[in-house]
Design a binder for this molecule. Structure first.
Ligand code: ZN
Length: 143
């Protein structure tokens, strides 16, 4: 059995805490409440992620947040073997999830093996509290 054949679960401690800025505070505050939120441009209405100060489409600096359903599909993935990311005791599966609202989010998938993943398969977010006091949005196969 190769390391990537083992079912990966994502850690609940030891990860680097996310850097919080005025543009990202809402994302982590929402995650702590088990909500997945992204920025929505107040001028053109487009959703965007990761968060930033200006809309890449119309350059507006005005934005609000939008609650996502938490459902999406696997757009892409990679496996990080060496060095292991902080907090992981086995290779980590990094996924790009295309949310049903159209934005893509980079995260991890739990309870999966890389060999079993299929591009386009349905995934859903779940929220994993970390021992250090923050909450990591993670993904798993849709129930
Ligand atoms: Zn805009």
């Amino acid at each position: 059995m190769s390391p990537s054949d083992r079912e990966v679960n994502t850690p609940t401690s030891g990860r680097p805490q996310p850097a919080i800025s005025p543009d990202t505070q809402f994302f982590w505050d929402a995650a702590a409440k088990e909500e997945l939120r992204v920025q929505c441009c107040s001028s053109c209405g487009r959703l965007r992620h990761p968060p930033g100060p200006a809309c890449p489409h119309c350059l507006s600096l005005e934005w609000e947040t939008r609650l996502l359903s938490g459902r999406g599909t696997l757009y892409s993935y990679t496996v990080l073997h060496h060095p292991l990311p902080a907090g992981f005791d086995q290779p980590a599966i990094v996924v790009v999830v295309e949310m049903e609202e159209g934005v893509r989010i980079v995260s991890n998938i739990a309870a999966a093996t890389a060999e079993s993943l299929r591009i386009g398969e349905p995934l859903e977010v779940f929220f994993l509290p970390q021992a250090e006091g923050w909450t990591a949005p993670q993904f798993r196969r849709a129930q």
